[in-house]
Design a protein around this ligand. Structure first.
Ligand code: LIP
Length: 260
């Protein structure tokens, strides 16, 4: 199979998994708490993960997987490594709020190759292949270039890490007076894609796992955006959690959030 035909098959697997998410019946949700009452997983997270891994493994039997709901993590620097969040924004999903996404990143020997983030509720499929630009439902997207005062800033609350609550809301307060407004939408992958298509100036969160941002990072990079940590350092994808600031570098600089 050619790389493009593999990408087409991955997109088909993501779209059909989206139908599973849309069909989830409220009474049918089996919700399990992982590390806390805020860190949830459902049978649909696991079902989507299983389907995606099976579909990709059929095409690339030697592929390695780093997926949120798998305890065993593969080699993230493998020749073909897939970093998967089957439902990013599970809390939104559990509360029937939409705004959640299937996130699949394909890294080749540690380098970004292809990323897809799909919100089945909104019918929005973001994707990007390294060097070929970023798209929303096939239309090219770019980060915003309006000033911070005219921009929405998105943030995450790092809900699994209460020790970061004060830092998070201090940063929100420092930015709120300089921007048009702030939003906490609940899916890091989608937040970064909203930045990539210019809907928001930038997004930040004090800590994320690689599956939360790996695919959206590729889309953001192809849309002209920057992905750094809260110290301003470029992020090298790894199994370690990291803070994330994603957006137009001028708007990020104007906000003063780096090393605030
Ligand atoms: C979530 C992120 C969110 C973050 C949560 C969690 P999950 O992903 O999308 O932005 O605040 O801590 O990481 O767990 O729903 O896949």
């Amino acid at each position: 199979m050619t790389r493009n035909s593999i990408i087409d098959s991955i997109c088909s697997a993501i779209l059909s998994s989206g139908k599973i998410i849309l069909s989830a019946a409220e009474e049918g949700l089996k919700i399990t708490e992982k590390t806390s009452a805020r860190d949830l997983v459902t049978q649909y997270d696991r079902l989507v993960q299983e389907r995606l891994i099976a579909a990709i493994s059929e095409m690339l039997p030697d592929a390695q997987f780093v997926s949120e709901e798998s305890s065993a993590k593969g080699n993230i620097d493998a020749v073909d490594a897939f970093i998967i969040d089957p439902i990013d924004g599970t809390t939104n999903f559990v509360h029937r709020m939409g705004n959640c996404a299937i996130s699949v990143a394909w890294y080749k020997s540690g380098k970004p190759f292809y990323g897809a983030v799909y919100d089945p509720f909104a019918g929005e499929f973001f994707d990007a292949k390294a060097g070929d630009g970023a798209f929303l439902n096939g239309e090219p997207i770019r980060v915003s270039d309006v000033p911070l005062k005219n921009s929405i800033v998105l943030f995450g609350t790092a809900p699994y890490n209460p020790e970061l609550t004060d830092e998070t809301f201090d940063l929100v307060k420092s930015v709120f007076g300089k921007c048009q407004d702030v939003r906490r939408m609940g899916s890091a992958a989608l937040d970064i894609c909203h930045v990539a298509c210019g809907r928001a100036g930038f997004y930040f969160e004090a800590t994320l796992s690689p599956w939360d941002y790996a695919a959206a990072a590729i889309i953001l990079g192809e849309s002209g955006g920057n992905l750094v940590d809260l110290s301003g350092n470029e992020i090298k994808l790894s199994l370690e959690k990291t803070s994330v600031v994603a957006g137009n570098k001028n708007i990020i600089a104007e906000s003063g959030i780096i090393n605030a």
